[in-house]
Design a protein around this ligand. Structure first.
Ligand code: ASP
Length: 332
């Protein structure tokens, strides 16, 4: 029987109803797990590890490092890992790990729920059982298992607040679909170099959402000496205002002159940024911006946090950002 490590980090799945809302409830969770779902033991030999209990909105890169270290120190002992996590920042944590856990040969499956495990209409049971089953398959990457689908971590994003079908991977099909049968769309990797944990992240990245009437004087208040990179969530294929007081180009040029990377992603979930298409994109290229193509915001942010924390130059980070490192972008 396969051995799975089930790591708890918190989220709604570990909460209980309190008044009109829900609250973290670590004790209730650990009692519930085996009492309510003894059949989990039919799927695998499961050890549990309560790493932390947080609403995922309170997680940051130090938690990602803890989680990567936990997987690293247990890597040889288990066939797969399931991480219970809040849905709000699950795609960020999972993307971060997809870059940090190099040459992964085992499944690292994130799941959670929209409704606490202790509630009668919870989606936790189904998500947990599916995730454990997926952690026994030949998946060799970090993935999110939710509502009968498995998504590549660095392609996934939270799409719905209220639907059980909370996640999607807009630019690639799911890596598995769980119905009467399990349809697994993965190829075993060729012989891999040894697994390596490179969890180290910079917190010096800022995300700027472009919108009509964005007051550029706010951007001038940023202390660029404290930043490694700015991610610009542009319109459509990489567009932004270029006229009058709202022109963003001078800001991008200032970033370039001060050694701050400018990376463009789109506010649209589907398809890819194409900076060659419109004058704005072409000007952005001239001002030194790089394209995130079809990367999610979560992937682009965690990739830059990861790359800028490694011992590399700005130009190397810019080059690697535009390359496919862990399945996060579709090559040209
Ligand atoms: N606020 C919760 C969290 O992300 C939401 C959830 O788990 O669905 O921790």
């Amino acid at each position: 029987m396969k051995k799975i490590l089930l790591i708890q980090t918190g989220g709604t799945i570990a909460m209980s109803a309190k008044g009109d809302g829900v609250e973290l409830d670590p004790e209730a969770w650990s009692n519930l797990l085996y009492k309510e779902f003894p059949e989990l033991e039919e799927l695998a030999q499961i050890d549990t590890y309560p790493l932390f209990f947080e609403d995922s909105s309170d997680l940051n890169s130090s938690h990602w490092v803890n989680l990567a270290n936990c997987i690293d120190s247990n890597y040889e002992k288990y066939n797969g890992f399931v991480i219970l996590h809040g849905t709000d920042t699950m795609a960020y944590t999972a993307s971060a790990l997809s870059f940090a856990l190099q040459n992964l040969a085992k499944p690292v499956i994130f799941t959670g729920s929209q409704v606490p495990m202790s509630s009668i209409r919870s989606d936790a049971r189904r998500n947990l059982i599916n995730a454990i089953e997926m952690a026994t398959t030949p998946i060799q990457e970090v993935a999110i298992c939710f509502n009968d689908h498995v998504y590549r971590a660095n392609r996934a994003t939270k799409l719905s607040i209220g639907d059980f079908d909370a996640f999607g991977s807009p630019n690639i099909p799911p890596i598995a679909e769980i119905g009467l049968n399990i349809q697994l769309n993965v190829q075993p990797k060729k012989i891999l170099p040894p697994f390596e944990n490179r969890a180290k992240f910079s917190n010096k990245i800022f995300v700027c959402t472009v919108h009509p009437s964005l007051n550029t004087s706010y951007l001038d208040c940023l202390d660029l000496s404290k930043l490694d990179a700015i991610i610009v969530r542009a319109f459509g294929s990489g567009n932004f205002p270029m006229k009058g007081e709202f022109n963003l180009l001078p800001f991008f040029e200032k970033c370039r002159d001060q050694g701050v990377i400018v990376a463009m992603v789109s506010q649209a979930d589907f398809d890819a940024v194409d900076l060659s298409k419109y004058p704005a994109g072409r000007s952005a290229i001239k001002a030194g911006a790089v394209s995130g193509r079809d990367m999610t915001l979560e992937a682009a942010l965690t990739k830059l946090m990861y790359l800028t924390a490694q011992e590399t130059s700005k130009s190397e980070v810019e080059k690697l950002f535009q390359e496919n490192l862990a399945g996060e972008l579709t090559p040209h």
